[in-house]
Design a protein around this ligand. Sequence first.
Ligand code: SF4
Ligand code: SF4
Length: 446
Amino acid sequence: MRLKTFRMGGIHPDDNKISASAAVEVLPLPAVAYISMAQHLGAPATPIVQKGDKVLVGQVIAEPSGFVSAPVHSPYSGTVKAVEPRADFAGNMVTHVVIDVEGDEWLPQIDRTPEIKTEITASREEILEKIKNAGIVGLGGAAFPTHIKLSPPKDKTAECLIINGTECEPYLTSDDRIMQEEPVQIVTGARIMMKALGVPKCYIGIEENKPAAIESMKKAAADYSGIEVVVLKKKYPQGGEKQLIDAIIHRRVPSMGLPIDTGAVVQNVGTALAVYEAVQKNKPLIDNIFTVTGKCVPQQKNFDVRVGTTFRQIIEAAGGIPENAAKFVSGGPMMGKAIVNLDASTVKASAALLVLTEEETLRKKESNCIRCGKCADACPMGLQPFLLSRLARAGGRQEELEQEKVFDCIECGCCLYTCPANIPLLDVIRPAKAEVIKIMRSRPKK
Ligand code: SF4
Ligand code: SF4
């Protein structure tokens, strides 16, 4: 049988899932933890604790400060040491709540028993309230507050839920592990979100290179006729919302449109697990499953990491910093971001620490465009990367860049990956896109 996939563009990089067989281990608690207030897309949260306060695991330490915002809960028990600006992984100064960790005392209302609760008793309103209060954000990358995504505007109708279990980024394996280790919880989380959205259908998309996850998720979903596991052909960037919707329900998100325009709401498998824990176990989002990987890393691991642990502590637990480490990446090699500060801490949506050697990061010398068109063939958004990069490099061509829909670029890196002339297409296109979006947003609304 031919497997489904998205129709336009895409590439097939080596998947390098070298940590796939490592079962999830709980990372020991740090002595001091650093909780960033910028945990999600939108406005950072506002701290409500101060130096000297005692906190318990699960206690709210920061409140949302806008519509697109979410509360932050303490992943630790202990004493607040400071509320101060600290550098995040990219070197940007962000307010953090610093906690001296003392023991591991949880709020009593959080259910820590191993019982798996599959019966959903909460009403739609209660579900949304619990998800909002638990600070759940999308764990597929964008960290958009989940309760907002589960409340489509009145003029849009949700028809189905799509659970993203593709994990198409090379190296990453945390989603694969949770699908193998906690499939019933994920399926229950999906059922909770179906109830919140009022949709009868849920698709769980998983790429063909995860046979154990496919099997366990099919088994967990077998009793629910509205839930279908869809095995997808391995192709990057299948995990992009627009690509996944196209692959599974064959509808295209319009240019400048949103997934809900197709009737679909997409959520990641990690988010489904967090929703289960929030609604069925009263547990806020304080930890996530995190991959430490790279061919030079002594022990590739999948850890259950509490938010606020430093990247340095995580790599130490995986055998230490390799001598030949040249680059640290938060996320995967295609869409991850370079880490300039290993003493920065993880946030809710942190998924991986990838360590690369100099040899692996070396960029080949750029030459002239040979007009082969490979970048356009690979672009999953139907753009012409060679043209976008030429306009961007020329400078002052924002109008043409807008006409060429630079704003539709999902920054997947497929163009850069395929270019035989080694032109850093995405590096050139990304700032041009930001500039065009800024201009578009500054225009008065009609
Ligand atoms: S980075 Fe942008 S332009 Fe390049 S292939 Fe991806 S979507 Fe297309
Ligand atoms: S892939 Fe590179 S060389 Fe080929 S058309 Fe695109 S920019 Fe030019």
